[in-house]
Design a binder for this molecule. Structure first.
Ligand SMILES: [Zn+2]
Length: 249
């Protein structure tokens, strides 16, 4: 289940830090304008519906990191999206991306288990109209050598939940991202947008549910709409796949 129980111990923190040094894939970025991506993890039904609608109303596309194994199930962020939701997102030109099949903790699993779970998600998402997955997000944001090794050659980008900006030389196998979640999610996102604009960097935002009363990991449609409006005015808004292409990947 989606319990956000990744390894928060000192050992876990050190593992994530060591992994920054291995299996690196430096990207190249020289932007005229700052760049921003809106992404959604796990993809609760509200993200696939209300979240997608907010972006579409602003003329934007998002990246949806789907776990096909969670489809239709109930979770702490509400019901997960259906296979039909995934199909509609793909057909509407959003990017369908990979988040493992079962929301596997890649910080703990071995390479064979990671590969098998990602293979299974790839087959399922191909059936939903997304045959060419190029973007991956680590469930719980948790990384390991095994995961970077298993996935680094397979996807153009691997995204974490460590806050930061993507700048020239960043490791495409362990990209930072900023959460639009909890009560101060909007303010935090705005601060990082200011910083991205100042540095002409790439900011990757992520959230989960998009609901009037969001969970601790989600945001409201109003917050998403305000951020989308601000982004459309001052940033090149790209999917992860588009961003990767612009970063030479
Ligand atoms: Zn997740």
């Amino acid at each position: 289940m989606e319990a956000y129980s990744a390894d928060r111990s000192l050992r876990g923190k050190l593992r994530r830090r060591y992994t920054r040094l291995a299996f690196r894939k430096p990207l190249r970025l020289a932007l005229e304008r700052p760049m921003i991506t809106f992404s959604f993890d796990d993809v609760p039904a509200t993200a696939a519906l209300a979240g997608a609608r907010v972006l579409e109303a602003a003329g934007l596309k998002g990246t949806f990191y789907i776990c096909a194994g969670l489809e239709d199930g109930e979770g702490p962020m509400g019901r997960y999206g259906s296979s039909e939701d995934a199909r509609r997102l793909a057909a509407a030109g959003h990017e369908v991306a990979c988040h493992t099949y079962s929301h596997l903790d890649c910080g703990q699993a071995d390479q064979a288990a990671i590969t098998a779970d990602v293979d299974r998600n790839g087959v399922a998402l191909a059936e939903r109209g997304a045959p060419d997955l190029v973007s991956f997000a680590y469930p719980y944001g948790d990384v390991s050598f095994a995961a970077k090794k298993a996935l680094g050659g397979r996807f153009k980008t691997l995204r974490t939940v460590q806050a930061g900006l993507v700048t020239d030389g960043a490791d495409a196998n362990q990209l930072p991202a900023v959460g639009i979640e909890s009560a101060d999610g909007e303010a935090r996102a705005l601060r990082w947008m200011d910083e991205a604009a100042r540095r002409k960097a790439w900011l990757i935002l992520y959230t989960h549910d998009v609901a009037e009363t969001p969970s601790a990991w989600g945001c409201s449609p109003q917050v998403l709409a305000r951020l989308a409006e601000r982004a459309a005015a001052g940033f090149d808004v790209v999917t992860m796949a588009q961003g990767a292409a612009r970063a030479g990947l």
